[in-house]
Structures are given as C-alpha cells and as structure tokens.
Design a protein around this ligand. Structure first.
Ligand SMILES: [Zn+2]
Ligand SMILES: [Zn+2]
Length: 339
C-alpha cells in the first residue's frame, strides 16, 4: 500500500521527520540523524549525532562550530541517490548560498522535495536552483507577498558604485549577512568592474576565505584594523548588519549606511534601521519566483514552512493546488534574511 505524504514526512517539535527513513531535516534540536539543507544557523545546528549534507555545507558547519560539530558526517553528492531506511534520498542545488541543496525524498512512487531556503535569481557564488518535479513541494515563503518583487541585483550594485563616485570622501558601510550575502556582494561588485580592495569586518573573514578557497572570484579583501578606519574614505566596508549600529561603525569617515537585503524593498524598514542607501539584494525567492517555482515543480500539494505563508497558501488555493502552512517557528532566527 502506498504511503501518504504525511506518513513520509511528519511535523514534530524538532522539525520535519521522515519515519520510513529515520531522519530529520534541518532539525531545531540535536537529533540522532539530521539531513541539512544549508549552512545558515537556523537550519544547520550543532550537536547532532550523524549529519548528512553537501561537502560545502559540512565544511561551513565545521568552520562555525568546530570539527566536532557532529559525531559522524556523510557527504551528499549532488544528484546521487542514497538509500536511507526505506526511502531514496537525493540532494539537488537550491541556489541560496554556497553548498545549499534541496532534499528529494522518494518512496513507493511518491516524491517530496524539501527546498530549505532558495532563490531563482543568478548568483555567481553558488549553483543555480534545480527544478525537481514532485508530488509535494515544501517551500519557504520569506518574501511570500505580492509586494516583494526583487529588482535586478546588477542595478543595486551599480547604485553602490555610483554612490562612491558621488561621495568620494565618505566610507560606504554595507551590512550583509556573513554567510552568502557578503560574498555574493563581493562577487557582484567584481562583475561590475569594481577592482579596489573590499574591506571586511572580522566576523566575515573565515567564511570569505572559505569562499575564496572554493575558487570564487571575490577579489582582494582586507580585514579592517581599528587604526585604518579614518583612512577609508571612498572605500567599501562589508560588515554584519548588527555591526552597523554599534560603536564599531562610528569611526569611519562620514559613513553611508547601506544594507543588502530583500527587506530593503520596504522603505519604512530601511528608514527605521537608519539605512541611507538600501540595496535590494536577496538570497530568497521573491513572490513571482515562488509562484513560478511552485508551477514548475508540477506539485499537487504545497507545504509552506515559514515566512509569509498565508498569501502563498491562498494563491495556491485559488489556482487549484492544495496547500497548507506548517508554521515552523524555528527558522529565520539568525544569520538569514528572515532575522
Ligand atoms: Zn538560509
Ligand atoms: Zn532560513
């Protein structure tokens, strides 16, 4: 007898659990066996006994938590199918950050795809999202409202370069999350021909070095030393969003506060955070790309993990697709745009 989708993947207080496979996906608490979609802290937590993830996600977890982040690890090779318990599992690129993957679970002719976080926009720092046809597509909805339509990132990066030309005496402080967004901004700047060294907050260093080791074109970066700050007129400094408001940011020459985030689409949010130059650059799908992706998977059923689930569930209903919100509150806490 064929299993129902809800028998293959059930919601528990630790997150999504696959009973026939005996594993959790991106669990909130330490578990016996975790399959992890990507390295952001709300999805990749430490303390699991066994972790399966892409090589890059395992490396990112080791950088963040130390080599002993799990008792044992298993590398998931993209596109390769692995039998776990009574299910077949395969990882497919999610286009979110370096190493990010969707997890495809198949058994008895039913296929579910847990997409983790994902985007469809081009990103020079990771593999593009792969559409995997499935019966049940499990999606995030961080930007699941029609108001969220992300612009072309190239235009946003050109705004930053134009601002430096306009204000050569001011430092440009760019708030960006330490994993993914910061390195994507560096790569996008290089694509637009920006060749000057890019200055980094110390919190960005390890992950940026990792991206460089992976062969990504992020160019020259220099860690900001306390003594140099006053000399950084007309330079770009990338720092975690939390550093924008603290004393760390005060010693730069007349800084222009910039913030690279999908949330910058909301002007009130930019104003409230004191952002002078909002840069709408997101690592999550916007409204149009959420809808496009749902259609392209051909899924008859959609489960929405987190974010603006209501509008997306409603849209599915009016388009003849069964959908339900999972209200998974453990995601979007940290390190990610939903913070
Ligand atoms: Zn993420
Ligand atoms: Zn997330």
């Amino acid at each position: 007898m064929a299993l129902r989708a809800t028998d293959i993947l059930t919601q528990t207080s630790d997150g999504l659990y696959c009973p026939p496979g005996g594993f959790h996906i991106d669990p909130f608490r330490p578990v016996e066996r975790a399959l992890v979609t990507h390295g952001h802290a709300d999805h990749a937590r430490s303390g699991h006994t066994h972790v399966m993830a892409t090589k890059q996600t395992l490396q990112i977890m080791a950088l963040r938590y130390g080599e002993e982040f799990a008792h044992s690890t298993q590398e998931a090779v993209l596109g390769e199918t692995t039998r776990i318990g009574d299910v077949d599992v395969r990882f497919a690129p999610a286009g979110h950050v370096l190493g990010s993957a969707q997890i495809v679970i198949e058994t008895g002719g039913t296929r579910l795809v847990v997409s983790g976080d994902y985007k469809r926009a081009a990103d020079p720092t990771c593999l593009p999202f792969e559409v995997v046809p499935c019966d049940v597509f499990i999606t995030e909805a961080t930007f699941g409202l029609p108001v969220f339509r992300h612009p072309d990132t190239r235009d946003e990066v050109r705004k930053l370069i134009a601002s430096i030309a306009l204000f050569p005496d001011r430092a440009h402080l760019v708030g960006a999350y330490a994993l993914g967004k910061a390195q994507r901004m560096m790569a996008l700047l290089r694509e637009e021909g920006y060749e000057r060294p890019i200055y980094l907050h110390g919190a960005m260093e390890k992950l940026t070095a990792f991206y460089r080791d992976q062969g990504l074109a992020i160019g020259e970066t220099i860690k900001v030393a306390a003594s140099d700050r006053a000399a950084l007129k007309g330079e770009i400094i990338i720092c975690p969003p939390s550093a924008m408001q603290d004393i760390w940011s005060r010693k730069f020459p007349d800084p222009v506060a910039c913030f690279a985030s999908g949330w910058m689409r909301v002007r009130a949010r930019a104003r409230q955070k004191g952002v002078e130059l909002p840069l709408v650059v997101s690592d999550h799908a916007d409204w149009d790309d959420l809808l496009r992706t749902i259609r392209e998977t051909g899924a008859g059923e959609i489960w929405v993990t987190h974010g603006e689930a209501d509008a997306l569930v409603h849209w599915c209903g009016t388009n003849g697709i069964a959908a339900r919100p999972l209200h998974m509150l453990g995601y979007g806490d940290e390190g990610d745009e939903a913070a």
